[in-house]
Design a protein around this ligand. Structure first.
Ligand code: CTP
Length: 402
């Protein structure tokens, strides 16, 4: 999944021949899952039509401070537009637009919006080779970079003038690749490896029956998807569940029993920076698994159970630098029991679920959790969607790495 997926992109188009390439650029943004709004300078409309860009971006194109098309003139609020965006890209950025960006000469909607933007701003210059090398252009590039804007350098090749050299706007595919690489490199969990357990485990009684529980696996899958979105390399050890990962970069290891989950966790644990145990692991399993289906005979029937291995506690015992997070599902003396689990399993953080809280627990879309860290700082959270709880948990991970 592209890092641009779900991102709000404001594309500023200024008046150069390369403006015709913005049709492909918008297409590529949309294909990557981004939401796109386009602002055009008046001059850019000579090179590409607003209708083309509004059709491709699925949004009206903005180009003047007022919409004067009808009697009820509407002000195009450049501040709202700027604040809407997760990133702004000015492409093509002509010498004229770049110098206006430097001096703050906001005589068009594009520059006014740029001046109001708080998001990262990228610019892709497009000009003839001598213009590109002119000291005033070089000064504009430097000033804009000093302001914190990011330049997507022009490419070498045939220019509209017939000359050949540096100055062509980077090709749309290369602009997208540049943005993706830049955004990915800045993700807060880039370079971190996270192990996550999710779902129930099934403990076989015989070839057709098992002991299981109602865990859907949603919480663990949401954490895995969110962690991958934040740039982490994720290994998800999943018990039986119908959930699929949304982010194809997540490595999924499917397991069935507590023993298989234990083995898979230990296979990967040494290499990870963080481990999050969200699985509802069976605490007991049948001592003997019948090789054949057990036939119905006596009126009463009992199965002898033995403890499974506590996966999280075993990870706590061999912990080196890993940031270790566990869950606690409690129905009474919640805080005290959770604190005991922190100590017993050598955790850095526990995510406490109380089944007394409405909206929390198994097979729900929502969760209400309380964070308790190893110093017993307690942070109760609101009832929220499991996705939002996943974001909160990963915020704790990001805070840990500073
Ligand atoms: N856990 C585990 N392996 C087990 C049992 C639990 O890794 N065999 C993990 C769970 O994934 C969770 C945490 O331990 O992160 C606590 O699980 P919970 O069921 O609340 O507690 P238990 O340790 O099983 O204790 P109890 O059931 O007595 O509350």
């Amino acid at each position: 999944m592209s890092v641009l997926n779900g991102k709000k992109v404001l594309l500023g188009v200024s008046g150069g021949i390369a403006a015709y390439k913005t049709a492909s650029l918008v297409r590529l943004f949309i294909k990557a899952g981004a939401h796109v709004q386009v602002i055009m300078t008046p001059a850019s409309k000579d090179f590409v039509t607003p209708l083309t860009l509004s059709t491709l971006s699925k949004n009206p194109v903005h180009s003047s401070f007022f919409n004067t098309d009808d009697e009820n003139a509407v002000w195009n609020n450049h501040v709202d537009l700027a604040l809407w965006a997760d990133l702004m890209l000015i492409a093509p950025a002509t010498a004229n637009t770049l110098s206006k960006m430097v001096t703050g000469n906001s005589d068009n909607l594009l520059i006014a919006t740029y001046l109001s933007a708080k998001c990262p701003v990228y610019f892709a210059p497009a000009m003839d080779l001598d213009m590109y090398k002119h000291p005033s252009s070089l000064q504009s590039f430097d000033s804009l970079k000093q302001f914190g804007n990011i330049m997507i350098p022009a490419e070498n090749g045939e220019l509209a003038s017939g000359l050949s050299g540096e100055g062509r706007m980077a090709e749309p595919e290369n602009i997208i690749a540049f943005l993706e690489a830049d955004l990915e490199s800045k993700l807060p969990l880039k370079g971190k490896k996270i192990l996550i357990t999710a779902g129930p485990t099934y403990e076989a009684i015989d070839p057709v029956r098992f002991i299981g529980n109602h865990s859907s696996g949603k919480m663990g899958f949401d954490i895995a998807n969110e962690a991958a979105k934040l740039g982490a390399k994720v290994i998800l050890i999943a018990g039986p569940t119908h959930f699929k990962v949304k982010n194809s970069s997540v490595e999924v290891v499917n397991v069935v029993s507590a023993q298989e989950m234990y083995d898979a966790c230990h296979q990967h644990y040494n290499d990870v920076d963080v481990a999050i145990a969200a699985a509802a692991v069976a605490d007991y399993k049948p001592k003997v698994v019948a090789l054949q289906k057990i036939k119905k005979a006596a009126d009463e029937f009992s199965i002898e159970l033995e403890k499974t291995k506590d996966i999280l506690a075993s990870l706590g015992t061999i912990k080196k630098n890993q940031f270790l997070i566990g869950f606690a599902l409690e129905t009474q003396n919640e805080i005290e029991n959770a604190k005991l689990k922190i100590q017993k399993k050598n955790l850095d953080l526990i995510v406490l679920n109380s089944l007394q809280d409405e909206g929390a627990g198994f097979k729900k879309e929502t969760n209400k959790v309380t964070f308790i860290d190893k110093n017993f700082n307690i942070e109760p959270m609101e009832l929220k969607s499991k996705e939002a709880v996943a974001t909160d948990i990963l915020r704790k991970v990001i805070e840990h790495f500073g």
